[in-house]
Design a protein around this ligand. Structure first.
Ligand SMILES: C[S@@+](CC[C@H](N)C(=O)[O-])C[C@H]1O[C@@H](n2cnc3c(N)ncnc32)[C@H](O)[C@@H]1O
Length: 361
């Protein structure tokens, strides 16, 4: 959809997504729908850069036609990004060191007002004093907190490579470090709804929670006070490091995060020993609930079987097709109690959804 928004079509498009989800999950009851703002909702945006004689501008490629489309404004992006884009481009055009062979610009911003910009080049910027001076000047004249320069095998940090987002979760501010180039939920307004829904279906549980694919601790931290203890796992080293920082930043004391692939967690429960689990007594947990938020491919065969061992399953999905496939297995032992559609990606076909299941009597 290339940055455009169509607020007058939003309600109709959302209704079509609801219909599609209901077709894919015909057995899904109690569907709650969480809307996005109809414009200014994306806190991450990436643009290729095009150079044409004296002009330089942002472009995107139309996925259907493969044609490049000039982007002068982006009302999908949250206001700090949308307002910065033209000013940043003017400043880049005025400085040859910043402009030369610039290939891509990435924006990562927060509702709390922080901005990180990554400038990616098709030339070396290592030791380029003119580039460094230009990049530092951008931070002086524009509302940019952090700038990263990237080129092949080069990453130049002016200071930090992250922003800290603050989300309002059921009236409580939660703080999340979000690292450049790592997974974070792109639509913070809808992310707040997702955390609220996951807390609502969790309720106050006497049992413990195990979480797979936990990223930077987004759900783990918001859910920690719904459970006695939480053990969360994630494959990405960078995200696990962020999660540890987020646990401390939010003063959470009953949550442990370990770097483990979902497949390895299944093996650990099957008795395989892992150094990373040293000091963690899996038998001391009483897991009543499992939370999964897998990538688009959904659950692998072993994990799909493993989640059925728990009394309650909370499944967040960014791909309703793989969710429907996984639910065919999960609903043999469990019953769907609640479903939700979170409109993370307005004006696209993407559907983010949530399903809460409990074991059949
Ligand atoms: C859709 S994201 C969800 C992240 C997190 N729940 C959040 O809300 O930010 C999926 C996460 O799964 C991780 N991941 C991908 N494959 C994995 C695997 N085989 N085992 C464990 N984690 C994996 C990714 O690194 C990513 O952080």
């Amino acid at each position: 959809m290339l940055c455009q928004v169509f607020p007058e079509q939003y309600a109709q498009q959302l209704a079509e997504k609801v219909e599609r989800l209901q077709t894919l999950l015909p057995q899904a009851p109690n569907l709650q729908v969480f809307e996005s703002p109809a414009e200014h909702y994306r806190a991450r945006a990436e643009f290729r850069i095009w150079h044409e004689e004296d002009d330089t501008f942002y472009i995107m490629f139309d996925q259907e036609t493969k044609q490049k489309v000039r982007i002068d404004e982006c009302p999908m992006a949250i206001k700090p990004i949308a307002e910065l884009m033209p000013k940043l481009m003017d400043a880049i055009k005025a400085d040859d060191a910043l402009r030369s062979k610039l290939f891509q610009v990435d924006f990562l911003a927060t509702l709390s007002g922080q901005m990180l910009v990554t400038l990616i080049y098709r030339r070396s910027i290592e030791g380029d004093e003119a580039w460094l001076t230009g990049a530092n000047r951008l931070r002086e004249i524009l509302p940019i907190d952090h700038i990263i320069g990237r080129a092949r095998k080069q990453k130049i940090l002016l200071d930090e490579d992250f922003v800290t987002e603050t989300l309002d979760v059921d009236g409580k501010p939660l703080h999340y470090q979000q690292i450049e180039n790592s997974f974070t939920q792109p639509n913070p307004y809808v992310a707040q709804h997702m955390l609220h829904w996951a807390r609502a279906v969790s309720g106050k549980s006497d049992g413990d929670l195990i979480e797979l694919y936990c990223g930077n601790g987004n759900f783990s931290i918001a859910l920690a006070d719904c459970y006695r203890k939480v053990l969360a796992t994630e494959i990405s080293k960078t995200s696990v490091a962020s999660a540890q920082i987020n646990i401390a930043a939010n003063g959470v004391e009953n949550l442990q995060i370990i770097k483990m692939a979902a497949e390895e967690v299944t093996e650990a429960f099957g008795g395989r020993e892992f150094n990373r689990l040293k000091g963690i007594d899996l038998n001391a947990y009483e897991f009543s609930t499992i939370f999964v938020d897998p990538p688009r491919s959904g659950l692998d065969d072993l994990t799909r079987k493993m989640v059925c061992d728990y009394e309650r399953i909370i499944y967040i999905s960014c791909n309703p097709e793989t969710l429907a496939r996984d639910l065919e297995v999960l609903t043999q032992t469990h019953e769907i109690q609640q479903t939700a559609l979170f409109d993370q990606f307005p004006y696209t076909h993407h559907i983010e959804s949530g399903v809460f299941l409990t074991r059949k009597a």
